[in-house]
Design a protein around this ligand. Structure first.
Ligand code: ADP
Ligand code: TRP
Length: 340
C-alpha cells in the first residue's frame, strides 16, 4: 500500500477594506507570515491572497480599493512574508474563483446563508445587505477549495471566521455528494480552520473587538504622535493611581500581554495589584512595546514603498502559481458538473 500522503495546502485571505490593525496582525497576519517562512517547497502549497472581490461587498471607491490592496501586500512583505516559499497574490487575478462560487451558489440552500453572522448583523442593524454580502461565505469557500482540491487544506484565521470555515466544509460535502467522480471519489477534501486560542479576540481602544468598522483600532504601522494618541485613547476605569487594580479587567493590560514576555507580563500584573501604578504608566510601556515590536518592519515597509515594481512582480508571480493550481481543480470541476 502506498504511504498515506502528508501533503497539506495552507492558505488564507485578508480583506483590503482599510488599514490593517493589531487585531488583524495577531488574529491573522502574524500566522500567515510565519507560515510563509516555514513552508518548505516551491510556493505551490501555500497561498495567501488579498480578497478584493470580498471587499467590494462594502467598498465603492476604486482608488481606495486599489490602494488598500497594494498596501496589504506591502504590509505582508514588510512583516517578513517569504514569497519564494508561499504565493502572495490578489484574489481577482484568479477570476475562476467567481466561477466556482457560482457553481457552489447553485448547491447552497438560502436558509443556510440566512444564518450568516455578518449578514444577520447588517439586517439586525437595519442596513440593507447586498447579495454579495449574503453569498460572501460561498465566495470564501471557493477561495479555499479552488487551491485545495482533493488535498487537505489548513486555514489559519481569527476566531470570528469559524462559521465561514464550517460553511466551506459543508459546501465541499455538498459538491462531493452531488457530483461524485467516476469511482465515487470526492473532488474536495474538507478544509480545517487553524485558530490560535491565546489571542482569540484583540480588544480595541474602547474595549470592544478591535475592528475597522468600529473605528477603535491601533494601526499596525502607527508611529510617533499617531501611536501616542491611539494608545492614549484606550478606555480605562477611574481607579485612582495609588489604589490596587485588576489587570484582567483592563484593556491596556490585555494589549500589553500580547507584546510583553511572560516575565514582564507577570511583573506588570503584580504592579497593578500592588497599587501605585497608574494607567498612564501602563500606557507608556505599551507604546514602547508596540514601537519596538514593529520597528524593523516599519523600516522595511518604507524601503518597499519605494520599490512598487518589486511588490507588483511578487503579486504577478504569486498569481501565476495560484492560477496553475486553480486551473487543474477547475478542470475536474467542469467535467464533473457537465460544464465541459
Ligand atoms: P475588521 O473587523 O477590522 O473588518 P476583518 O474582518 O477584515 O477585520 O479581519 C481580517 C482578519 O483579522 C480575520 O482573520 C479576523 O479573524 C482577524 N481579526 C480581525 N479583528 C480581530 C481582532 N480584534 N482580534 C483577533 N483577530 C481579528
Ligand atoms: N472572510 C475573511 C475575513 O474577513 C477573508 C477571507 C476571504 C478568507 N477568503 C478567505 C480567509 C479564504 C481565509 C480563507 O477575514
Amino acid at each position: 500500500m502506498p504511504a498515506p500522503s502528508t501533503r497539506r495546502v495552507v492558505l488564507s485571505g485578508i480583506q483590503p477594506s482599510g488599514t490593517l490593525h493589531l487585531g488583524n496582525y495577531f488574529g491573522a497576519l502574524r500566522q500567515h507570515v510565519e507560515r510563509s517562512k516555514h513552508t518548505t517547497g516551491d510556493g505551490n502549497d501555500a497561498f495567501f491572497f488579498v480578497v478584493n472581490y470580498h471587499a467590494l461587498t462594502s467598498l465603492r471607491d476604486a482608488d481606495a480599493l486599489r490602494r488598500y490592496t497594494f498596501d496589504v501586500a506591502l504590509d505582508y512583505l514588510a512583516l517578513g512574508f517569504d514569497p519564494t516559499h508561499a504565493a502572495l497574490f490578489v484574489q481577482s487575478d484568479v477570476p475562476a474563483v467567481t466561477e466556482l462560487a457560482w457553481i457552489f451558489n447553485c448547491l447552497t440552500p438560502v436558509a443556510r446563508l440566512e444564518k450568516g453572522v455578518a449578514y444577520k448583523d447588517k439586517v439586525q442593524n437595519g442596513l440593507v445587505a447586498n447579495a454579495g454580502l449574503f453569498t460572501y461565505p460561498i465566495l470564501q469557500a471557493a477561495d479555499i477549495l479552488i487551491y485545495g482540491g482533493d488535498v487537505p487544506t489548513v486555514v489559519p484565521v481569527g476566531a470570528d471566521q469559524r462559521q465561514n470555515l464550517e460553511t466551506a466544509r459543508d459546501v465541499a460535502d455538498w459538491f462531493n455528494a452531488a457530483f461524485p467522480g467516476p469511482e465515487g471519489e470526492p473532488t474536495f477534501a474538507l478544509p480545517e480552520a487553524e485558530i490560535l486560542p491565546d489571542v482569540a479576540i484583540v480588544p480595541g481602544v474602547d474595549g470592544r473587538k478591535m475592528s475597522k468598522s468600529y473605528g477603535n483600532t491601533i494601526g499596525l504601522f502607527d508611529e510617533g504622535n499617531v501611536l501616542k494618541k491611539r494608545v492614549a485613547a484606550i478606555v480605562t476605569d477611574s481607579t485612582p493611581l495609588e489604589e490596587p487594580k485588576d489587570p484582567d479587567a483592563d484593556n491596556v493590560f490585555a494589549l500589553i500581554k500580547l507584546f510583553a514576555t511572560p516575565e514582564e507580563t507577570a511583573e506588570i500584573a503584580a504592579k497593578y495589584r500592588a497599587g501605585g501604578y497608574g494607567y498612564g504608566h501602563a500606557k507608556g510601556r505599551l507604546r514602547e512595546l508596540i514601537d519596538a515590536h514593529f520597528a524593523e518592519a516599519r523600516e522595511r515597509r518604507k524601503e518597499l514603498a519605494e520599490r512598487p515594481d518589486f511588490v507588483r512582480d511578487v503579486l504577478a508571480d504569486g498569481a501565476r502559481k495560484a492560477r496553475r493550481r486553480a486551473d487543474a481543480v477547475m478542470d475536474t470541476v467542469r467535467r464533473r458538473t457537465g460544464l465541459r
